[in-house]
Write a protein that binds this ligand. Structure first.
Ligand SMILES: N[C@@H](CCC(=O)N[C@@H](CS)C(=O)NCC(=O)O)C(=O)O
Length: 247
């Protein structure tokens, strides 16, 4: 299907939630305008009042006339929530193959994404951004248990991969570069454990995801490391009052 409506994505590509939508748009070969919030917490008033009243990225405007991204048209649809956005991209670009055709596989794909956001992500946040000694390794083990022996989350690359790979790749990246609020000791222990045979499958998944064309085109690890190293919320000596990241 050829694209008839304009798409503007408001995002910060370094963050995993935003990265999801960039990957989906890339998989779909969509034409879109990226409005990059370099600093993801500073939102201009127009964004909150005209694009997403929750003030969160990623968000999309869809349709309506082409306008400057900082002057969104009243005629465009305003959409947000990364999992909803990746399914939306899959729906409007059925040729992308992002949504599995079989209803059972599709339900499993959605199940994995829901599990990931409601169960895995809170632990990811607590570990790296709050420095709490939570059982992130146990959560990784559970995710690993959801994966088939080979290939992507439900076989072919599709929405659960777009949902989980940005976070899993960042888990490995943050640990390898000792970035985050976790204690150095907890970080080291976790990195060692990840390289043990118990985690061979998830490490292979991470490696495969990084090679998937849409992922590769939207992720520059050296840049991600450089940005995360100075990202205030990931600094051991800084507290993150007033931060809102939610499901
Ligand atoms: N559940 C949302 C989470 C999005 C989210 O929390 N975005 C963060 C950046 S990663 C944000 O914009 N927070 C705004 C703020 O804290 O002011 C999604 O999946 O899109």
């Amino acid at each position: 299907m050829s694209q008839t409506e304009q798409i503007t994505l408001y995002a910060n590509p370094v963050t995993a939630f935003s990265h999801r939508v960039l990957i989906a748009l890339e998989d779909a070969k969509a034409k879109y305008t990226l409005y990059n919030f370099d600093i993801w917490r500073e939102r201009p008033e127009w964004f909150n009042s005209e694009v997403n009243p929750l003030g969160k990225i990623p968000a999309i405007t869809y349709g309506g006339p082409e306008t400057s991204p900082d002057q969104p048209s009243a005629e465009s649809m305003k959409l947000s929530e990364s999992l909803a956005l990746i399914e939306f991209v899959a729906d409007i670009f059925p040729g992308s193959g992002l949504l599995p055709a079989d209803p059972v596989v599709r339900a499993r794909a959605r199940m994995i994404n829901i599990y990931f956001d409601t169960r895995f992500f809170p632990l990811f946040w607590d570990f790296f951004l709050e420095g709490k000694p939570v059982d992130l390794l146990g959560a990784l083990d559970t995710v690993q248990g959801l994966l088939p022996a080979t290939g992507f989350a439900v076989g072919a690359w599709s929405i659960p991969d777009v949902g989980i790979a940005p976070f899993l790749v960042r888990v490995a990246m943050l640990l390898e570069h000792d970035i985050g609020k976790q204690s150095e000791e907890d970080g080291k222990k976790m990195l060692i454990a990840l390289h043990e045979p118990r985690f061979t499958r998830i490490m292979k998944y991470i490696e495969d995801a990084k090679e998937w064309p849409s992922f590769k085109a939207t992720y520059d690890e050296a840049d991600a490391v450089a940005q995360c190293k100075v990202f205030p919320l990931l600094q051991r000596n800084m507290r993150g009052e007033g931060i809102r990241v939610s499901m």
